[in-house]
Design a protein around this ligand. Structure first.
Ligand code: SF4
Length: 366
């Protein structure tokens, strides 16, 4: 059934399409309210639409793009789900409930072509880009897994894949998240993460006013070349120079940096000092994430006192820094662990990258 996917069309574009087809634009708004506001995907249940239109919708659109294949519940409340598309591709999404918010981490690709050496998704290789509707449908499917009374308040594009390599599908999906007739989320509650696809950073922020997160993970090119091989194309000075040139950065709109702390690789005092120098004057917030171990990598997290010492150097250096508590690691739902591990037969058919290189030593001693 090759019908167009309704969730791939942002609500404002749907209005336009209705107008062009001679249908009242407010009907498009009604449909969006049913789908995104009330989670109804069967046109027969859209009771304020005329019967003729309900039938037409049934014949012309697909309302659902993913199914929940499996959901795992962590002891800390985190929920990870494997979601299957119509071609049997499987991606994962993670819900992270906290006291005052519920964050959904969504995927943008099946697998990932960037092969970061600490990341289980990178070890899968690349399957395909997700379509916009499949990105949006992750919100719909995951919302159904939440306990009564909970709703998704924040969305981070930090699941499987590199969002900036799939921008033509990510942008319409974010538009649906932000649109008042879509999920009506405030832009500050949506964060798109990149490993550093430099040419796409400005186009992303020109198209949609979301938070930008950058997976940094190292303070030298020597180490980052191994952890994030994309660094060989866009080294640190190019990446950080691009970020410094962004027009709308301020204390209120900082860049969010992610830094996975790996024992003996990037956790020295000298690394922390370098980070302070690298990020000096750049409006930013830094998230330290102790490495989450998984079977595709030999990397380990540093001892808690090493992580605390690292953070201390950053804080004293004036960087706004948080040391993130790992969530969902008992169900392989933490950062860098998404790999559809429970379904080996469902893994995307894609390039399997070479085994990760050995971890580099520190570039120099502290
Ligand atoms: S860390 Fe992100 S960009 Fe790197 S391989 Fe994993 S999913 Fe891809």
């Amino acid at each position: 059934m090759n019908l167009p996917e309704l969730k791939g069309v942002p609500p404002d574009v749907l209005r336009e399409q209705f107008r062009e087809q001679g249908l009242p634009a407010y009907r498009a708004d009604q449909i969006a309210s049913w789908v995104y506001g009330r989670g109804i995907e069967d046109p027969e249940q859209m009771t304020d639409l005329p019967q003729e239109l309900r039938e037409r919708l049934n014949e012309s659109w697909r309302f659902r793009s993913l199914d929940v294949l499996r959901a795992d519940h962590s002891t800390d409340g985190t929920i990870k789900a494997a979601l299957r598309a119509d071609d049997a591709a499987v991606v994962e999404a993670v819900l992270i409930p906290e006291e005052d918010r519920t964050t959904l981490c969504v995927s943008t690709q099946v697998g990932c072509p960037l092969a970061c050496s600490f990341c289980a998704t990178g070890a899968l290789g690349f399957g395909r880009n997700l379509r916009s509707a499949e990105i949006v449908d992750q919100l719909c499917r995951m919302a159904e897994l939440l306990p009564e009374g909970r709703r998704i308040t924040n969305v981070v594009f930090m699941g499987m894949g590199e969002p900036l390599l799939n921008l033509p599908q990510v942008i319409p999906a974010v538009r649906t998240l932000l649109h008042p007739k879509g999920f009506a989320m405030a832009p500050r509650r949506v964060t798109v993460s990149t490993a550093g696809v430099v040419p796409q950073i400005a186009p992303l922020l020109e198209a949609i006013p979301v938070n930008l997160a950058v997976s940094l993970h190292a303070a030298t090119d020597e180490v980052r070349d191994v952890l994030v091989p994309l660094n060989k194309r866009f080294p640190l000075d190019v990446l950080l120079g691009t970020l410094r040139g962004l027009p709308r950065l301020s204390r209120r709109h900082p860049v969010f940096f992610e830094y996975t702390l790996i024992e003996g690789v990037n956790d020295s005092v000298e690394d922390a000092r370098r980070l302070v120098r690298l990020l000096e004057g750049l409006p930013s917030k830094l998230n330290l994430i102790p490495m989450n171990e998984h079977g595709d990598s030999d990397y380990r997290p540093p001892a808690p006192e090493v992580a605390s010492r690292f953070m201390g150097v950053l804080v004293r250096g004036g960087l706004t820094t948080t040391l993130r508590r790992s969530r969902g690691s008992d169900i392989d739902a933490a950062c860098g662990q998404l790999a559809v591990r429970q379904l080996p037969e469902e893994r995307p058919a894609g390039r399997k990258p070479a085994a990760p290189q050995a971890a580099p030593g520190r570039a120099s001693s502290g």
